[in-house]
Design a protein around this ligand. Sequence first.
Ligand SMILES: Cc1cc2nc3c(=O)[nH]c(=O)nc-3n(C[C@H](O)[C@H](O)[C@H](O)COP(=O)(O)OP(=O)(O)OC[C@H]3O[C@@H](n4cnc5c(N)ncnc54)[C@H](O)[C@@H]3O)c2cc1C
Length: 507
Amino acid sequence: MATRVIPPRILKNIKYNTATATATATATTKPLNSAHPSILSSTAVALPSLYEKADHQKPPSSSPVTTAAKSSLLNLDDAEKLFSSVSTSKLLRSSAVLHATAMGPMVDFGMWIMKSRLMQTGVMKDFVMAAIKKTFFENFCAGEDAADAGRSIRWLNEVGLRGMLVYGVEDAHDNEGCDRNLKGFLHTVDVSRSLPLNSVSFVIVKITAICPMQLLERVSDLLRWQQKDPSFNLPWKQDCLPIFAESSPLYHTQKRPEPLTPEEEKDLELANQRLLELCQKCVKANIPLLVDAEHTTVQPAIDYFTYSSAIMHNKDDNPIVYGTIQTYLKDAKERLLLTAKGADKMGVPMGYKLVRGAYMSTESKLAESLGYASPIHNTIQATHKCFNDCSSFLLEKIANGPGNVVLATHNVESGKLAAAKAHDLGMGKVNHKMEFAQLYGMSEALSFGLSNAGFQVSKYMPFGPVEMVMPYLLRRAEENRGLLAASGFDRQLMRKELGRRLKAAVF
Ligand SMILES: Cc1cc2nc3c(=O)[nH]c(=O)nc-3n(C[C@H](O)[C@H](O)[C@H](O)COP(=O)(O)OP(=O)(O)OC[C@H]3O[C@@H](n4cnc5c(N)ncnc54)[C@H](O)[C@@H]3O)c2cc1C
């Protein structure tokens, strides 16, 4: 989930069969909105204060009645209760930052400054960086180093949430950079182990930071060509789950790629070793490793690394390596079904993080520049449906068998539907197989609401020096531009709560 530009190498004459891209998945799943209606309403029921020790810290209850009662408490209307553990200063800053990022011209101005020559002058740069640190950085990031991140996680833990620790590095372009980044990821596992038990739900890894980008593109090209021509031999390829479905776009690779050179094979082996070292450390620490998804240019290689590692490390209904499915892609559901089937066949318990996806404009621009249809669903409704269908499929699957799921969304409707579905299936805090997740600094109302209802909820928390996480911050600003629905909902509730506190202080 980093900000980057599509390399000119792939901006060549490529053809794409739009007919295949619109093919739909055949499997049928029970729709999420078939859930019990009670949970979809916002019935106000007395909740324990968030200042009290969070319920998930207590031993899980085995009583289904308790779970049902808790689940029916998904209440996103009571701003006072939702933000009871958030200080007024934090609420003010959050509200101001979310408002600023929702204003298109403000985001454009900020981006212009960041990319302008003004940033090359020492005083101006220091001033801008200090301003960013006090506002956007503190709102969306866990801190500048592991100690800061630890403090943020402890606070979250006290209010009943968990943290996904993200060492906020960018793509790497050579082995030295990859080795440096690996150290950062390994250190993140150490930091997680030093924090209160279960306060860190996942350590996140970006394959683009431990395998050079150019190699990821080469491997993706080769995998795509093998999908077009199954007789195409890839001697380096390890056991893997299906990476493509029939509807997957292959337009990035038009002509038969050259095999990897001995040098490239050596670099691929180094990247495998880095991921292996990280996986082994996570197995030892019993902390799952979640692999982020990027744009389609390199995603086949990322899935290849993810699935081959999962086959090695996911055992006994304990997934250590999780992959990410981007449901804004037209082929997402068909791919998920194929991969899940493949994992079942091999007896591999899979963990999936479900997201809508963060590279919408990059994907559409690339496809358009090549003369092909966008790989993203034609309408936002189709994306919502895809997310909810995949969520429904995975919840049903893990309720009755191996595997875990992280539902990473700020969408209130998707949150409610999934909570209701989980409730119907008898899942929730009793069943540690599912987790909701939101980005740190976003959708606090949904996070607290789901947590109050008894679900496990994590915040995605990047940490690192301000300059290092700047691409992440720019993406946050860009994504929130123009009144993004989720931040609009949060901003409205924050305003309401700030108004209430002001009144309470004055009168
Ligand atoms: C914990 C976490 C981890 C994440 N990790 C990743 C990751 O590894 N890789 C990744 O790519 N993304 C990732 N994301 C997703 C991304 O950062 C955005 O948060 C996400 O795309 C917004 O979707 P939402 O589910 O929050 O829903 P909403 O708040 O409802 O957002 C909907 C947004 O989806 C977009 N959209 C999608 N499809 C369409 C369409 N067809 N037409 C128009 N608009 C459309 C629009 O921008 C719209 O604003 C992650 C998100 C979270 C919360």
